[in-house]
Structure formats: structure tokens, C-alpha cells
Design a protein around this ligand. Structure first.
Ligand SMILES: [Zn+2]
Ligand SMILES: [Zn+2]
Length: 140
């Protein structure tokens, strides 16, 4: 019998103190170019995967998690030891889903991001060169 835990997606922060597991990914994955995601990641854009809360588990290191809530009510969690960007929650998130930084996954996935969002806030030095749908703000 196949060990089902092998099918789980696993992720971790840069220092390895925090580890998590995702048992099922939700379909929407986008590259977000908003200025807050850019600063949070220190990168041209962020890419978040989404999971239902019941399918997302912190495996270790939760005491290292710190969170920052911005003026618009969005909350982001990161590792207080290494600074890795880990999760995002909008102000309207009622706790039923978790958005996590796709780049912190250690397990390969078959799913691919399908859109660029908040393109109106894109870094001027970054040029989008793929064919994915571009939204000025959030998905319609
Ligand atoms: Zn860390
Ligand atoms: Zn964003």
C-alpha cells in the first residue's frame, strides 16, 4: 500500500526552522505584482498557492512565525529567523483558506500559475514576457 504522506506537498523557510505540508492545492495560482507583495518578497512579484485551511498544516517551527498586518488589513507571515515570506491573507479572509509562497515548496508540483495580477503596480524594470492573462488589479 502506498504511503499517502509521500503524496503531500512539503515546504520550508530558508533556515529550515519552519516546515509545512499541503495535502491539496486549490486551482488558482497567480503572480502578484502589487507593491506590498514586491516588498514582502524583495522580488519583482510574488507567487502564492492556495489551500483550504484543513489541507494546510504547520509541521514544525510555528513559534518562529511572525506576522505583519498592513494598513489595508492584509496579513503576511514570515520566519522571524531567516525572513522567508510564507503566507498571505486578505482582510476579507475568514480563515477558510491559506495562501502560501509557492517558492517555499520543496516538492515539485504539476500545477502552474495561470495569471499575472495587480499589473498596474508592476515594477517598471520588470517586463512580463509570457502569455499568461494579465489583470490590472485582482482577477475578475
Ligand atoms: Zn526560517
Ligand atoms: Zn500582491
Amino acid at each position: 500500500m502506498q504511503d499517502k504522506t509521500n503524496a503531500h506537498l512539503k515546504g520550508s523557510c530558508l533556515c529550515g526552522a519552519i516546515k509545512y505540508q499541503v495535502t491539496k492545492l486549490e486551482p488558482n495560482m497567480a503572480h502578484c505584482h502589487c507593491s506590498m507583495c514586491r516588498k514582502f518578497h524583495g522580488a519583482a512579484f510574488s507567487t502564492f498557492g492556495e489551500a483550504l485551511t484543513e489541507n494546510f498544516t504547520w509541521l514544525q517551527g510555528q513559534s518562529y512565525l511572525k506576522s505583519f498586518t498592513a494598513e489595508n488589513g492584509t496579513t503576511r507571515q514570515f520566519c522571524s529567523q531567516c525572513g522567508s515570506s510564507l503566507t498571505f491573507a486578505s482582510s476579507t479572509n475568514a480563515g477558510s483558506t491559506v495562501e502560501f509562497s509557492l517558492a517555499t515548496l520543496d516538492t515539485p508540483i504539476l500545477e502552474r500559475p495561470d495569471a499575472h495580477i495587480h499589473c498596474q503596480s508592476k515594477a517598471d524594470w520588470y517586463q512580463i514576457t509570457n502569455e499568461l492573462t494579465q489583470f490590472e488589479r485582482d482577477r475578475e
